[in-house]
Design a protein around this ligand. Structure first.
Ligand code: FRU
Length: 323
């Protein structure tokens, strides 16, 4: 087999502390095990847009061949991405978007569709009538804008449904919990809360858990097996919209671009609703995928070992022949 050319990929991640981002990175690393010649440089910005700008600049100085980025907020990261792109460095944008068409490819879940699905779920759940509180992610990050737009579009022809309040939870469990706890007493009649991710949805659940007030329906987004799915199985939240991380896909597209193969510019990943009716099967599927993954890793390990033994034997034969 022909050896793949050696390239350096730089990955600029907006934040890394949560399970969803960790899953994304694991997906990338897993895909990279098939490409041992790729050098991977990773930086994460602790949710700070300025820090992310300087990290991207640092990556560019390191002469990366391709940039993968999940931008914290769209506008602050746009100039540096444009700079990279105009220098001829291909840019793959993952999950959160930037405000320019100057990038090579995008991969991520369809956030407008996710917002719309959440809205339709809410409509159904409330039978077309009720009061909703929305907890958004960082308002200047594209998934928050798109999830909000999809959600409100789904509800716009239903005047008996009202979004009575909006809170900025910054994508964080703690912020959502604190902000929601501060306003919850003003809205004892809220019927449903839509949080833009499961961590914030769980924050809302935590507020009610410690109060005697009955809990409204809570919808989140992400659906990770070790988070959202568990929250649903434990009846802590009502539903979540699956939001795949796109980690593996980002590396696959990056390799196509680097190896000058055909690729698609806009890559939207599939989503689905998870609630008590299908959470069990979703959990089983996720467990199956993990065990298959572990098997592949074991096989890769065995292959490497065989290769090592083969190389040793070759050296040995060579010594025998030449001595
Ligand atoms: C993780 C996260 C996810 C969310 C995504 C949006 O950092 O907040 O929960 O779906 O980012 O970009």
């Amino acid at each position: 087999q022909k050896k793949e050319a050696a390239y350096t990929i730089g990955f600029s991640q907006c934040v890394e502390s949560d399970a969803w981002r960790k899953t994304m990175l694991e997906g990338m690393k897993r895909e990279l095990t098939f490409h041992p010649n790729i050098n991977f440089i990773y930086r994460q910005a602790d949710g700070n847009s300025q820090k992310q700008v300087s990290q991207v600049k640092e990556l560019l100085q390191k002469k990366i061949d391709l940039l993968i980025i999940s931008p914290n907020e769209a506008d602050p990261l746009t100039p540096v991405v444009e700079e990279a792109f105009s220098k001829g460095i291909p840019v793959i944008v993952v999950d959160r978007k930037i405000s320019t068409p100057l990038y090579t490819a995008y991969v991520g879940g369809d956030n407008y569709a996710i917002g719309k699905m959440a809205g339709e779920y809410a409509l159904h759940w409330l039978n077309g009538k009720g009061k909703i509180i929305e907890i958004t992610g960082l308002p200047k990050s594209s998934p928050a804008m798109e999830r909000h737009k999809g959600f409100t579009d789904a509800l716009k022809n239903y005047p008996a449904i009202q979004i009575i309040h909006q809170v900025n939870g910054e994508w964080l469990n703690q912020t959502a919990k604190k902000e929601f706890a501060a306003i919850a007493p003003q809205y004892p009649d809220v019927n449903l809360v839509f949080a833009h991710n499961d961590m914030m949805a769980h924050g809302v659940y935590e507020v009610y858990k410690n109060s005697s007030h009955p809990q409204p329906a809570i919808i989140g987004v992400d659906g990770l097996p070790n988070a959202g799915m568990q929250f649903i199985a434990g009846k802590e939240i009502t539903a979540t919209m699956l939001y795949p991380t796109g980690g593996e896909e980002a590396i696959r597209i990056a390799l196509k671009v680097l190896n000058k193969q055909d690729y698609v510019k806009e890559n939207l990943l599939q989503t689905t609703v998870i609630d008590s009716t299908n959470v069990r099967i979703m959990e089983l599927q996720a467990a199956k995928a993990i065990s298959q993954q572990q098997q592949i890793e074991r096989q890769l390990g065995m292959l490497k070992e065989q290769q090592r033994i083969y190389n040793n034997q070759r050296t040995f034969v060579y010594i025998l022949v030449t001595s």
